[in-house]
Each structure stands twice: as C-alpha cells, then as structure tokens.
Design a protein around this ligand. Structure first.
Ligand SMILES: Cc1cc2nc3c(=O)[nH]c(=O)nc-3n(C[C@H](O)[C@H](O)[C@H](O)COP(=O)(O)OP(=O)(O)OC[C@H]3O[C@@H](n4cnc5c(N)ncnc54)[C@H](O)[C@@H]3O)c2cc1C
Length: 437
C-alpha cells in the first residue's frame, strides 16, 4: 500500500470538518458524497455551542463563521396560552463560561464556508458518489460507487449520517450479533415538525422562543431573515427510518398546533401557512455499541444520535457531538501515523478503540442530558424549566472537556470562567507530522 489515505463517506457537517482536520494534519483523504451538491439548502439551521466555535477558531474558520452565523441572545419561555413564563439569559451565561458565543447557521452557507477552507475541495470532495460496496484487504480498502467508479484507500470513515451505509457494511463483515440487525439501531421517543418561514417582524433576530404544552413543545430559532421552527411531541418509542428532508404533512394531522400563540402577534398557523420548506421527522436517539470494524470506523450521526438537538440554550448537541468526535478521531490517527506511516490493521484497531473509548462516554452523556432536559420541558404538569436548567448544567463540563486538534498550535484561543481542559499537545507536532505538512 502507498501513502496512507482516508476515504470519508459523507459531506455533512461532520464529514467536512473531519476533512479540514485531516488536511491540517497532512493526512491524504478524499470525501465522497451521494448528493449532487455538497452544500444543499436544508430545512433547518444548525445551532452550535461555544466549544465548537473554539474548534473553528483553531482550524482558522472562526472569522468566516462569524460573518455567516447569528449569535443567539435571549430565550423566551411561553405557556400554550401565550403567557410569558420566563426569559433566560442562558446563552450569555454560556459565553461567560466558555469565552465563545453560541451561534445559529444556515446549513448551506455553513457548508460553503467549510468548502472554502478545504484547499482543493473541487477535487477532494467528489459528489454524486453513492457508496454501493466496500471491500477490505489486509493492506487497504476499495469503495465502489453507483456510477461504476471506485476509490482505493487505507481506511473508510463513515460520516454518512443516521442511515449509514458504512455501518451496514460493518455489520456484514463483523461476527453475527455484534451489530443490531434492525434497519434502525436507534429509537425515537419524540416526533416533530421542522420548517422555515420568513421572519415576522414581531420575532427578534437571535431570539429563541419555546412554547410549552403537556407532552409537546414548540421552538422558534430566529435569524435576521427567518424563523426556524421545530416541534417535539412524545410518542411511544419507535425504531423506524424517517428522513430529515422536506416531506408532506397534512394540516389535519397537526391542527392541534394551529391556534397556539408563538407570541402576541403570531400563531403557529400563521407561520406554518407561510413556510418555505418543512416536514416531519422522528427524533431518534441512542449510541451504538461498536464504532469500528476492520478498516472501517464511524463518526457523527452514524454512531450516535442525540435526539433533542436544540431544546434549550444548553443544547444543539447532535452536530456538536459529531464534530467533537471528528477531531478526536483525527487526533488518534495522527498519533498512530506518527509511530508508523503505514499502520497495520492491528495498529488501526488500537487507534479506533482509543477513539471510541474517549468519545463514547461523552456521547452517552449528551444523549442522556438531552433526554432528561426534554422530558422535563414537556412534562405533563408543565415545563419544569428550573429543573431542566439544572440538567443543562451537566453539559458545561462536557463542553469544557471538548477535544481540540492535538497537533495545531492555538495561541490566541479565548477562554471564559470555566477553563478548557484540553489544549494542543506541546509535543503534538512530532517529526512524522512535520514531515507530512
Ligand atoms: C430537525 C433537526 C434539527 C437539528 N438541529 C441541530 C442543531 O441545531 N445543532 C446540532 O448540533 N445538531 C442539530 N441536528 C442534528 C444534526 O443535524 C446532525 O447531528 C448532523 O447533521 C450530523 O452530521 P453528520 O455529518 O454526521 O450527518 P449528516 O448531516 O446526515 O450527513 C451525512 C452525509 O452523508 C451522505 N451519505 C449518506 N449515505 C451515503 C452513501 N451511501 N454514499 C455517499 N454519501 C452518503 C448524505 O447525503 C449526507 O450528506 C438537528 C437534526 C434535526 C433532524
């Protein structure tokens, strides 16, 4: 086998950030994506925590991210009858804690910034490449695509989302029983609507509005131009595949939302009737027990699903958790490549195991804290927002413990009152890393 090369399957937020971290580490890679465009418009924004903005700062993306993102400011809690329950300054507290703000991004602009910072992205990110087969050998992997082409590499990273094809191939190769045989290894205790609507004047940019109902919650995240709406509704646990993509929802099925006031001026129906794009999805949650097999490893939604992704100022966990994982995986690859530029299957398995050992507890904590939080907000007796805030506090240490890239010096990082636990390693740039850069 020649130079070590990573095949990243999936150009979602996690796959693209992984690619940037690989490039900063001088590790050869290609990203393959089934869609025609790596930056498609999607029906919901992405809301990211301060520790992810710190990672962006380290990777040199922060300034561009600031120019396209919106800093979240206040959080307004309302009852289903429109009564204002409380205004929380949780976002300010988060910035005070960590030194970076919490921001909301339009996913298309977000992907465009990532592609801009990936040198040679027009060659390195190959679109319209749907994976149809993966074969592994003693010294490498071959990935085949629906268009009849293929890619050779050393390892495959499955950043291909909740319905991961890479995970399916891992299951095929692994001994029976190791991976769940279900088509969905996660389960959904909540279901919800998501949609985007031009911003009504009465909703303030940077504001988050929650409207509570027993067993249900509505949330509006407001940008300069739009409101990004999502709902959470308790359902009996289900494990079925639903896609986060625009789909038809009948008015009849959701009419119980229609009269719910989002503020004094607009009701749910006013917003729903003006939506530009939207649909319904199950909010799956869970963490799978095996994150790698042979030369294949998973990252992002393919391996953990944090269901209630943006429920409070302390949420936004799905993408955040995946981005943390991408950085952790690149750190482990850097380490193994420093001691052997052509690692064996066993060396790689050691690196993947270290990655899972580091990330699995954090992913489980994200899932559990998010779940407690949404259960408290949607409790039958009314939103237990004080208790939920207590649960939220659990997330601050997770953020403070977030990985950064070991090999990349980061002299100008910001810090709040909660110190970052991890920093680039003083000896991060080993001879091997320097030789690659
Ligand atoms: C309504 C909603 C709102 C959310 N809001 C937030 C939020 O505010 N903040 C947050 O942090 N998280 C949020 N999340 C979660 C977040 O969207 C996901 O955690 C994140 O997108 C996961 O990124 P990913 O790159 O792992 O997977 P994805 O974004 O799913 O990307 C996977 C990519 O792989 C490609 N792919 C799949 N199969 C193949 C194949 N066979 N061959 C080639 N390519 C393939 C797909 O086309 C896709 O581009 C939200 C989720 C939902 C449903």
């Amino acid at each position: 086998m020649g130079q070590f090369k990573v095949i990243v399957v999936g150009a979602g937020p996690v796959g693209l950030i992984l690619a940037i971290a690989l490039q900063k580490s001088g590790i050869d890679f290609v990203v393959v994506e089934q869609r025609k465009h790596a930056a498609p418009p999607t029906a919901f924004g992405i809301f990211l925590w301060p520790h992810i903005l710190r990672i962006f700062h380290q990777l040199g993306l922060y300034e561009d991210m600031q120019s396209i993102g919106l800093v979240m400011t206040e959080l307004l809690n309302r009852s289903s009858t429109g009564e204002q329950l409380e205004i929380s300054n949780g976002f300010e507290l988060l910035e005070f804690a960590h030194g970076y703000p919490t921001m909301l991004f339009d996913r298309k602009s977000f992907a465009e910034v990532l592609l801009k910072h990936l040198k040679g992205s027009d060659q390195l990110v190959k679109t319209s490449k749907r994976v149809t087969n993966i074969s592994t050998r003693k010294d490498g992997v071959t990935v085949d695509f629906a268009d009849g082409t293929s890619e050779d590499g050393s390892i495959v990273v499955g950043a291909d989302g909740v319905w991961s094809t890479v995970r399916d191939f891992m299951r095929e190769k692994a001994p029976p029983g190791l991976f769940s045989e279900d088509s969905n290894p996660f389960s959904a205790p909540y279901q919800g609507l998501f949609f985007r609507v031009p911003r009504p004047e009465s909703l303030k940019p940077g504001q988050t509005v929650y409207v509570h109902q027993p067993h249900r919650q509505l949330m509006a995240l407001v940008t300069d131009t739009e409101a990004h709406m999502t709902t959470y509704e308790r359902i009996p646990n289900v494990s079925e595949r639903t896609n986060f993509s625009p789909n038809n929802v009948s008015d009849e099925d959701i009419k119980y939302w229609f009269d719910v006031p989002v503020n004094e001026q607009v009701t749910f129906k006013d917003l729903w009737d003006n939506k530009t794009i939207g649909g319904m999805v199950n909010h799956d949650e869970g963490v799978i027990p095996w994150w790698h097999w042979d030369r294949l490893v998973l990252v992002g939604d393919s391996v953990h699903k944090v269901e209630c992704s943006v429920m409070s100022p302390f949420r936004g966990a799905g993408g955040c958790c995946g981005i943390e994982g991408a950085i952790s995986l690149v750190n482990k690859l850097n380490r193994v490549l420093s001691s052997n530029p052509d690692p064996s299957r066993q060396d790689l398995s050691g690196a993947f195991t270290a990655y899972q050992a580091e990330r699995e507890p954090a992913a489980r904590l994200w899932v559990n804290v998010s779940r407690i939080d949404i259960d408290l907000y949607t409790s039958k007796a009314g939103p237990a927002s004080k208790a939920a805030t207590f649960a939220d506090g659990r997330a601050i240490p997770i953020a403070a413990n977030s990985p950064v890239l070991d090999i990349l010096p980061f002299p100008d990082e910001k810090e709040g009152v909660v110190p970052w636990k991890r920093h680039p390693k003083a000896d991060g740039q080993s001879k091997g890393v320097k030789a690659r850069l």
